[in-house]
Design a protein around this ligand. Structure first.
Ligand SMILES: Cc1cc2nc3c(=O)[nH]c(=O)nc-3n(C[C@H](O)[C@H](O)[C@H](O)COP(=O)(O)OP(=O)(O)OC[C@H]3O[C@@H](n4cnc5c(N)ncnc54)[C@H](O)[C@@H]3O)c2cc1C
Length: 290
């Protein structure tokens, strides 16, 4: 295991994000993706946390499985939403006891399908950052939103609060974006507020146009018209869509690295092919298996 703070101090990090599966079949798919991506030697991998949902314990189990059974450093996502301070303390202590040293501290959102969600005691991610730091022994990351968090009244306010929480944390990982100027503006904006901690860009390869468009709508990421046009022109050809997605992401990743990004964090959606192809195109790893 390693602390992400130390990995970033030593050089760039390349990381993959997964989510906890809900069915046995999805669990097999996750295991397959993990095994296929492990040989690329990522700096770390992370597992998301479903606030108030049925997959909460699964995040813990998958993170511990990755840590114990694979040659990978794991980071657990954790949200304030639907938890008391005491519950969060217990979850963090469990991670510590299991040898997990990295936590991504998030505000989170209560699930929409829960009529009566459990109460939330910590209002914002910065309070969870403080809690994790008090418990000692962890490297703590936070989320950053290049185009602003959808609930923020304006970009300046979002930048202000992102800078405040990042002061107490070690690094940030961004929401995905398709226009890298949004990422550069975020980094410049934080720097102007006196915060120069590493901000790792989040990369979402477009492999399925409708699902990515839906996620972009939810997260507030602009989906550029020229990219949409190219993809909709081949909408019925899944392989052609994937190829465009890989090509566009590869170019964006190359630009980000050339401009000095401290790493790349891939949203894998529990699949390995697009990430492996981008990796190979960038000359970073072994690439897709034959
Ligand atoms: C890399 C990444 C990973 C993610 N992983 C998960 C996951 O595993 N599970 C999940 O449920 N969600 C996840 N999310 C989504 C995230 O939980 C949501 O975007 C959530 O709505 C906000 O979380 P946050 O940590 O960015 O929020 P916060 O930092 O809490 O901010 C939320 C809003 O409040 C404002 N704000 C922040 N602090 C203050 C303050 N002190 N006073 C007033 N206003 C404030 C911010 O500007 C923003 O508008 C992830 C997002 C990213 C980018």
């Amino acid at each position: 295991m390693a602390k992400i703070r130390d990995l970033l101090a030593a050089g760039r990090t390349f990381s993959f994000e997964f989510f906890p599966p809900k069915t046995d079949e999805a669990e097999r798919q996750l295991e397959k993706a993990l095994r296929e991506l492990e040989p690329l030697g990522p700096s770390f991998v992370s597992v998301t946390y479903g606030a108030g949902g049925s997959t909460r314990e699964r995040t813990h189990d998958i993170v511990v499985h990755i840590n114990d059974d694979m040659s990978l450093t794991a980071m657990a996502h954790l949200t304030c939403a639907c938890h008391t301070r005491a519950e969060l303390t217990e979850v963090i202590q469990h991670y510590g006891a299991a040898g997990i040293e990295n936590i991504l501290a998030l505000g989170g959102d209560p699930p929409r399908d829960l009529e009566d969600p459990p109460p939330t005691e910590l209002a914002y991610a910065n309070e969870l950052v403080e809690l994790v730091q008090q418990l000692d022994g962890f490297s703590v990351g936070v989320a950053a939103h290049p185009e602003g968090h959808p609930k923020s009244p304006d970009l300046d306010s979002d930048r202000h609060w992102t800078a405040e929480k990042l002061k107490g944390a070690d690094f940030a990982i961004t929401q995905f974006f398709f226009d890298s100027s949004a990422y550069y503006r975020l980094v410049e904006g934080l720097s102007a507020l006196g915060v120069d901690k590493p901000v790792i860009p989040g990369i979402m390869p477009v492999t399925n146009v409708r699902s990515v468009q839906r996620m972009a709508e939810l997260s507030g990421a602009a989906f550029p018209a020229d990219l949409a046009d190219r993809i909709f022109a081949v909408e019925d050809d899944a392989e052609a869509v994937r190829q465009i997605g890989v090509e566009v992401s590869t170019q964006m990743c190359a630009d980000l690295l050339a401009e000095g990004a401290p790493g790349l964090h891939f949203y894998t959606l529990n699949r390995s092919t697009a990430t492996r192809e981008i990796y190979e195109n960038l000359g970073l790893g072994r690439g897709p298996a034959a």
